[in-house]
Design a protein around this ligand. Structure first.
Ligand code: ZN
Length: 143
């Protein structure tokens, strides 16, 4: 079956630094809500004071959450922006590294305070994507 991919065009790109001490995911969500960005992509690099991440258990169909209570580099944050429950919603995954370069990663959740973060957010124009719970995976996927 052909994947259902929708055409989008780049409307505007924002580039800047997120506030020290703010929650990484909440800062990204707040920016999108404030700027009315309901379709787009996110990327960022920087460092966090500690991290809270999720791993989706495909058998149990639920997230397993874990914390990494140490200073970490953000090697890569990549995510997308769509609507969930009628509000702009950032879905982001991160790869983080410790002082020896060991990498950790997962689905970003609140509980990850920023030490420093440089973010790029691209707003798209196109058909609006909405997240709805999908029965096969149990995940809130694009419907
Ligand atoms: Zn995820």
């Amino acid at each position: 079956m052909k994947p259902k991919m929708l055409p989008v065009t780049r409307r505007q790109t924002f580039m800047g630094r997120l506030e020290h001490g703010a929650d990484l995911l909440e800062a990204l969500n707040k920016f999108c809500i404030d700027e009315h960005i309901s379709l787009g992509r996110v990327e960022a690099i920087g460092a966090v004071k500690k991290a809270a991440l999720g791993y989706y258990d495909q058998d149990e169909k639920c997230y397993r959450y874990f914390e990494i209570d140490r200073h970490l580099e953000i090697l890569n944050l990549v995510g997308n922006i769509s609507l969930k429950d009628g509000k702009p919603f950032v879905h982001a995954h991160v790869t983080l590294a410790d002082e020896a370069g060991r990498a950790f990663g997962g689905h970003l959740i609140p509980g990850t305070p920023i030490f420093a973060c440089e973010a790029i957010i691209q707003a798209f124009d196109g058909p609006q994507l909405h997240r709805k719970t999908e029965p096969i995976t149990g995940l809130p996927l694009w419907s």
